[in-house]
Write a protein that binds this ligand. Structure first.
Ligand SMILES: Cc1cc2nc3c(=O)[nH]c(=O)nc-3n(C[C@H](O)[C@H](O)[C@H](O)COP(=O)(O)OP(=O)(O)OC[C@H]3O[C@@H](n4cnc5c(N)ncnc54)[C@H](O)[C@@H]3O)c2cc1C
Length: 448
């Protein structure tokens, strides 16, 4: 009898799983329920749509609903919300605009993603106050900025979304104020990287307000100002980017267990405590490759990879969803900043290591070759084992070099092994000793 694979959520994790399952087993019935109208969209590209670098929202779509239905034979239902999972009966309750019905499944993937956190701010409902987590919101922000031509923007939160939106709104000639309640922006990247990015944001005209908590927004119908502890600052548009929370309600109500991070707990194949129910993407945990502990890293590759692996597993080829090193990279105007693994000594100590670290600066190209930039690299290792724990990279070019460090973490390499890696060299691309090799060499010296 044909088995039915039901997927809740039609973006990175969900559509990767649906496509892979159908490809591996064309006979399998694959049904996807997506409550919105967009599927397989690149949320990561939304700030660049608002900025004007991407012309059309449709350009952010990888595979259209029609292509899923007609070319991949996936039974995709948009505008359709799953409101309940009955894990004993192995059914989900589905609501479309005009009907509610039960859909049986053999295997179920919960790929419901995450939602933007909405703090209990006054005035969150005012016109001109936005979060940016889906295509509808991206479209609304772009329309608002184009129609209203705001002079001043308030961005709440100095994470990567806040920084990307600062760049996007600055490109429209808006005076951007960025409010961060902690002493530094980009908390997961560490203080040293944050300070470099902060300086660059200021050079680009962004007004940074560190250690400044926002309590709400004021205005009649439309936002006019942002409220701080002891002052009110004008703002014609506001973006709240204070992080995301995994969408776990549906799963939790069905008895599916959450892990220590508050996201859905899974085994190495993405299976939950219910053997027929899988979870992947921004709503699920992954195992950290350095600490071996559960982590919640809501990023795109983790979602795509886990979805694809689950598509393979349920069609008969058990495939681990893969670990996470928390590898991330962000563009802040002309600067790039990247991180992977454990990025500073304090965090390494908290994880039970005896850390040693180095920070070096080196040119991205041979010293005589034009237009090189200075790259600052930090590497962290464990003193006793020599194991590489993580690092950061910040500079005007070459920050994708973080991938060398991420690869070394995935391969469990020591600093000495990284130092001996045969990395490519030619003057336009790197010095003979790539900055990552230089950092590894200096760190290995400290370990001796
Ligand atoms: C502005 C922005 C920029 C980003 N930039 C980057 C970046 O540069 N690099 C990076 O790695 N990551 C980035 N991300 C994160 C990345 O987009 C996510 O990690 C990825 O989209 C997660 O995919 P997902 O499938 O788990 O969840 P989602 O993309 O959130 O998809 C979940 C889907 O499930 C649907 N859904 C939820 N509940 C139900 C239900 N009950 N019934 C039916 N459908 C339901 C939702 O409508 C949604 O479409 C960015 C995110 C944002 C918002």
């Amino acid at each position: 009898m044909t088995k039915t694979f039901v997927v809740i959520g039609g973006d990175a994790a969900g559509m990767s799983a649906a496509s892979k399952a159908k490809r591996e087993d064309p006979e399998r019935e694959v049904i996807v329920f997506e409550k919105g109208e967009w599927v397989s969209y690149a949320a990561c590209g939304m700030p660049y749509y608002v900025k004007g670098e991407v012309d059309d929202l449709d350009d952010l779509v990888t595979v259209t609903p029609e292509e899923f239905r007609e070319e991949r034979d996936v039974d995709l239902h948009t505008g359709t919300e799953v409101v309940d999972i009955n894990s004993e009966a192995q059914t989900v309750t589905v609501e479309t605009g005009d009907e509610t019905y039960e859909q049986p499944y053999d295997d179920l993937l919960v790929a419901t993603g995450a939602s933007a956190i909405e703090p209990p701010f006054d005035g969150l409902g005012l016109e001109g106050v936005f979060t940016i987590h889906d295509m509808v919101e991206a479209d609304a922000i772009e329309n608002y900025v184009t129609d209203r031509d705001p002079e001043t923007a308030a961005i709440v939160g100095g994470g990567y979304v806040g920084i990307e939106m600062a760049e996007a709104l600055s490109a429209h000639g808006v005076d951007v104020h960025l409010y961060e309640m902690l002493p530094h922006i980009l908390q997961p990247f560490g203080e040293a990287v944050a300070e470099v990015v902060e300086e660059h944001l200021r050079e680009q005209g962004v007004e940074l307000h560190l250690e400044t908590a926002v309590s709400g927004f004021v205005g009649d119908e439309r936002v006019e100002a942002v409220e701080l502890e002891d002052e009110t600052v004008a703002a014609d548009v506001a973006i709240v980017g204070v992080g995301v929370a995994p969408n776990t309600d549906l799963a939790e109500e069905a008895g599916i267990e959450l892990g220590p991070t508050g996201a859905i707990a899974t085994d190495e194949y993405g299976r939950t405590n219910d053997e027929n129910v899988y979870a992947a993407g921004d709503n699920a945990e992954a195992t950290h490759v350095v600490t071996g502990e559960s982590d919640h890293v809501p990023l795109a590759l983790t979602a795509n990879r886990a979805g694809r692996a689950i598509g393979q597993t349920i069609t008969g080829a058990p495939t681990p969803t893969g670990g996470t090193a928390g590898t991330a990279i962000v563009k802040a105007f002309d600067l790039g900043a990247a991180r992977t693994g454990i990025i500073d000594e304090d965090r390494a100590r908290e994880a039970g290591f005896d850390p040693v670290s180095v920070t070096i600066s080196a040119s991205t190209r041979a010293h005589y070759y034009p237009d090189g930039a200075e790259l600052t690299v930090t590497l962290v290792a464990d003193r006793e084992s020599g194991e590489l724990l993580g690092g950061t990279v910040v500079g005007r070019e070459g920050t994708k070099r973080i991938d060398t460090v991420a690869t070394a973490l995935t391969a469990d390499m020591t600093v000495t092994e990284l130092q001996n890696a045969d990395l490519a060299y030619a003057p336009p691309f790197s010095p003979v000793w790539d900055p990552i090799l230089t950092a590894a060499k200096v760190l290995a010296g400290k370990l001796e």
